[in-house]
Design a protein around this ligand. Structure first.
Ligand SMILES: *[C@@H]1O[C@H](CO)[C@@H](O)[C@H](O)[C@H]1NC(C)=O
Ligand SMILES: *[C@@H]1O[C@H](CO)[C@@H](O)[C@H](O)[C@H]1NC(C)=O
Ligand SMILES: *[C@@H]1O[C@H](CO)[C@@H](O)[C@H](O)[C@H]1NC(C)=O
Ligand SMILES: *[C@@H]1O[C@H](CO)[C@@H](O)[C@H](O)[C@H]1NC(C)=O
Ligand SMILES: *[C@@H]1O[C@H](CO)[C@@H](O)[C@H](O)[C@H]1NC(C)=O
Ligand SMILES: *[C@@H]1O[C@H](CO)[C@@H](O)[C@H](O)[C@H]1NC(C)=O
Ligand SMILES: *[C@@H]1O[C@H](CO)[C@@H](O)[C@H](O)[C@H]1NC(C)=O
Ligand SMILES: *[C@@H]1O[C@H](CO)[C@@H](O)[C@H](O)[C@H]1NC(C)=O
Ligand SMILES: *[C@@H]1O[C@H](CO)[C@@H](O)[C@H](O)[C@H]1NC(C)=O
Length: 267
């Protein structure tokens, strides 16, 4: 009797395992791993057309673990690529959609190169990304196509590219956004209202674009955490809200090169 019971228990757990293992296997097949990361990085290598320091040819070779490649950081526990920093290599080329497969990435730093072409939308589905830095490249395309799904993002730096289009109201979905630095592009349009209700924003730099519209009258309440607010060289208009003096965290304010009326009370 006891023997029967334990036999049938083994049976149950075997059936269980068959189901469970199947589920686990299916999940594993569908999820990305270090092999996916390597394929994504090799796709990036393939999309580099000029590499003055020979970084990719001499170092990014598939007979060595991606975790030893220059510019790559891996997490020892998950064994996934968590940072890609190939800034300041004077690279020319484009960003392939496969780069969006680096699904454990927290830092993506491609700044100070000469990368061109559109930023593939797959980049904006990286859920773990915290730092995105494309400063000083020649990237184009519309930021309107940004799907702001990067729920972890804290730092977006796009200064000095050729990006166009409008910032969409979905920006408010980015609940951890601290730095939005998008100066020196071809961005246009009125800022979406929800941008003036982000309680995490510290650095807000829009200098030298073609943004228009006016500022909310209670900007002190709208931007309670902003320390650096640079709207210079745009097409903003209307009166400068006097409540700006009540924005307690503000240390730098740049408004020149717009068509604001009014003055900033100094007290
Ligand atoms: C990564 O996942 C694929 C299936 O998608 C699998 O064939 C491969 O063995 C996995 N690689 C590693 C290193 O786990
Ligand atoms: C790539 O560069 C890293 C860092 O300099 C180095 O540790 C590694 O050995 C290099 N790999 C190859 C294959 O050159
Ligand atoms: C690694 O690969 C590169 C190019 O694919 C090759 O030149 C080099 O000899 C290989 N190194 C080893 C240790 O196999
Ligand atoms: C990206 O790299 C540059 C220099 O290579 C550095 O100054 C910058 O802080 C980095 N960006 C981020 C978001 O860490
Ligand atoms: C990698 O990305 C490409 C393009 O975004 C996609 O078609 C492909 O299925 C992805 N591969 C894996 C293994 O996730
Ligand atoms: C955005 O994220 C949500 C939740 O993770 C997901 O369901 C949705 O498909 C994502 N959208 C895009 C365009 O990636
Ligand atoms: C501001 O955001 C909060 C949530 O963070 C929301 O409850 C509130 O309705 C928003 N206010 C406006 C004016 O959008
Ligand atoms: C503003 O950007 C344009 C290119 O879009 C550039 O030619 C100009 O020098 C920039 N002005 C300043 C003051 O940076
Ligand atoms: C600044 O805040 C104080 C206290 O809430 C308020 O009395 C005052 O009217 C505000 N000043 C402006 C210019 O909004």
């Amino acid at each position: 009797m006891e023997r029967n019971l334990s036999l049938s228990m083994i049976n149950v757990s075997l059936t269980h395992c068959l189901l469970l293992c199947l589920v686990v296997a299916v999940a594993a097949a569908a999820s990305n791993n270090i092999t996916t990361d390597q394929q994504a990085l090799l796709a990036q290598k393939d999309h580099i057309t000029y590499d003055p320091t020979n970084l990719f040819a001499r170092n990014w070779t598939s007979n060595n673990s991606v975790c030893t490649w220059i510019g790559i950081t891996c997490d020892v526990n998950s064994h996934r690529v968590t940072a890609l920093d190939i800034s300041q290599f004077n690279l020319q080329g484009t960003i392939p959609p496969q780069l969006g497969n680096l699904s454990s990435l927290t830092t993506l730093n491609l700044s100070h190169n000469k990368l061109s072409g559109n930023v593939p939308s797959s980049i904006y589905t990286m859920h773990s990304l915290k730092f995105l830095d494309f400063t000083d490249n020649q990237l184009s395309g519309s930021v309107s196509s940004f799907v702001f799904n990067m729920s972890s993002i804290s730092d977006i730096r796009l200064t000095n590219n050729r990006l166009s289009g409008e910032i969409q109201h979905e920006i408010a979905n980015l609940r951890n956004l601290e730095d939005l630095v998008v100066g020196m592009n071809n961005l246009v349009g009125v800022l979406p209202a929800p941008i003036f209700n982000m309680s995490t924003l510290k650095l807000f730099v829009l200098i030298n674009n073609s943004f228009s519209g006016s500022l909310p009258s209670r900007i002190d309440l709208s931007l309670p955490t902003v320390e650096f607010f640079d709207l210079a060289l745009n097409r903003f208009s209307g009166t400068i809200p006097t409540s700006i003096t009540n924005a307690s965290k503000l240390t730098v304010l740049k408004l020149e090169g717009n068509t604001f009326s009014g003055f900033i009370p100094i007290d």
